[in-house]
Each structure stands twice: as C-alpha cells, then as structure tokens.
Design a protein around this ligand. Sequence first.
Ligand SMILES: Nc1ncnc2c1ncn2[C@@H]1O[C@H](COP(=O)(O)OP(=O)(O)OP(=O)(O)O)[C@@H](O)[C@H]1O
Ligand SMILES: [Mg+2]
Length: 344
Amino acid sequence: MNETLLKVEDLRTSFFTHLGEVKAIRGVSFSVRKGEAIGIVGESGSGKSVTSLSIMRLLQHPGKVTGGSIVFKDQEILKITEKEMRSIRGNEIAMIFQDPMTSLNPVFTVGNQIVESLRKHQKMSKEEAGKKAVDILKMVGIPDPAKRANNFPHEFSGGMRQRAMIAIALSCQPDLLIADEPTTALDVTIQAQILELMKSLNQKLDMSTILITHDLGVVADVCSRIIVMYGGLIMEEGSKEDIFYRPRHPYTMGLLKSIPKINNEKQRLIPITGTPPDLLNPPSGCPFYARCKYAMVICRTKQPPYFEVDEGHRTMCWLLHPEAPGNADYEAQQGGVRSEAGRQ
Ligand SMILES: Nc1ncnc2c1ncn2[C@@H]1O[C@H](COP(=O)(O)OP(=O)(O)OP(=O)(O)O)[C@@H](O)[C@H]1O
Ligand SMILES: [Mg+2]
C-alpha cells in the first residue's frame, strides 16, 4: 500500500503562444501510492488538466513540458520513446475525460470497442474478449450488458456513456486511472452513481486513481488525499480530513466556503472574489496574493516555500512562517492553531 506508483517532481509545462510563454504548470510535485485515490481540485485554469495531460504525454501543440520529472513505476516517462509511452497509455495508465463522446468511437458498438481494447492489450481470442467485454459492462453497472454491448454510443444515455468509457478504460486493467472531470456533464444522481462506481472499483481492483475536478464536494467521497491547485502551483496538500477540517491556505478556505450546503438552503454560495493570475506574466510572489484577504507585504514579491503543517499536510503560504507577523483574522479562522503549528 505504501509503494509509490507515480512520482511527479517539479513539473513545469508551458504553452508557447504568439503572445508569449504561458506558464501553465510552474513546479508541481506530488506522488501517488499503489491503490490510493487522490483528488486534484482548483478553479478553472489552475492547471489540473495540463498536469494530467503532461503525465499522459498527450499535450497538444504548442504545449510542452519544460522541466521536472515524472516517474511511473521507476520509469522516467519524459524520457521514454513514443512507442514505449503508447504501451503504458492504455495498458498501465488509462484516462477518462469529461465528454465521453470525444473518446467513444461513434461508428463501432460499445462492446466492439471494449473487445478491441482488450485484444490490443491482452492476448485473447475474439470469443474470450467478447465474454470479458460483457463482464466489464456488467461490472460498471450497465443493465442487460449482453444486449447493450451491441448498441452504438449514441444509443446510450449520458451516464451510460460515461460508464462505457470507464469500462473501456478498465478493460486493460490499468494500475492508474486518471479521471478528468468525469461527472461534470452529468446530473447529480448519475454523478453520485458514477463516483460510487469509481470508489468501489478503486477498492476492488486495487487501482490507483487521480480524480480531477473543480468541485471539492465530489472528491470528498472518493479520495483519501487532496491536492489543491491554483495558478499552476499546488497551494495545499493533505488528507481529506486535513483539507476539509483543518485547511491552512486562504485559497483552500475560500474554496470550502464556495461549496453549496444542501441541508441549509439559506447558506449562500460565496465565490472567491477576483480573477486568477495571468500566466503569461505570472506573479513573482504568491499567485493568490491579489485575492487574499490575509496577504502580507512579502506575499506580493516572494513565492512562499512549502510549510509542513503536519505529516503529509503541506501548504505554500507565508502565514505559516514561524516569524510571520500574524493576522488576527486568520488566526481566529484557525482557532488559534496557526501559532501552535507554525512555531514548532
Ligand atoms: N492550448 C493552450 N494555449 C495556451 N494556454 C493554454 C492552452 N491550454 C491550456 N492553457 C492554459 O493553461 C492553464 C491551465 O489550464 P488547464 O486546462 O490545466 O486548467 P484546468 O485546471 O483543467 O481548468 P478547468 O477546470 O477549466 O478544466 C490555463 O491558464 C490555460 O489558459
Ligand atoms: Mg480541465
């Protein structure tokens, strides 16, 4: 369980546009252990998709990884050949996207697509693959799977298509599944079912999962660890409990406030005011500076290092510096814990 499957270190990815270099990922490090489900959250444009596309080596022109390393099972992904990468993609790392229609082929039946994927990655006869395809469709909760296997993607509902896409991704029994906003396009009930499915498969197949979403509520149920991204950087990382009950970065605190509470209708959704930083000219200090109500002078000019709050809980925020002048409001928010943890 403690074995590291994926280790991303100081990843930097840019888009070389006619306006200049858009520094989308500016030094991201994290790792995923075998069997672990981690969530990456953050507002639109924070770099969640670019991080996953960098791992999959699926960045489109003019995107390019400019630095860092991505080690998957002791192999440096950034150095292997495209052929070797193709074998990892699909065999060992699978990715599912927000819109299933972009990944499902409209001219083949769903069953056929699973059979193709199975036969591409594992040696088996057509009959065997056909049987296995039905098993997989059943596993992802498609009713009447033997019949449904003969349907084309357009004959499936949105939720079923998403299940079919998960089925294709799972057909090669990947060690790592990267799911980029797999449920955003679905209604709430179906969304919950798909997340439940991902959670049970994660446990059943001992597969690692990276679940990407802009919605903290969605990761709460599936993931044990959460990474909060902003402006191409990781602002805070911790266990689910750390992030939900003991958030230390003002950005994480803002994100938590913006979750609507279903059981309390009067609770208004509080968006974080302001806009994300311009990544063509990224700020030299903390990217959240301009929107942070606790910002200090140093935050504008100097990017904070990571402060370890607790084991496995780190955050990039000057307020955690043991000698930070302190901010009464922030300390009150933390219930006074800042001074304890920060001055250890
Ligand atoms: N083709 C591109 N050209 C220039 N910049 C790009 C390109 N693709 C992405 N970016 C920039 O990279 C940054 C990160 O984008 P990314 O798609 O990773 O965000 P995200 O966190 O996945 O957001 P969302 O929640 O909207 O999916 C953004 O600032 C975006 O403008
Ligand atoms: Mg995205």
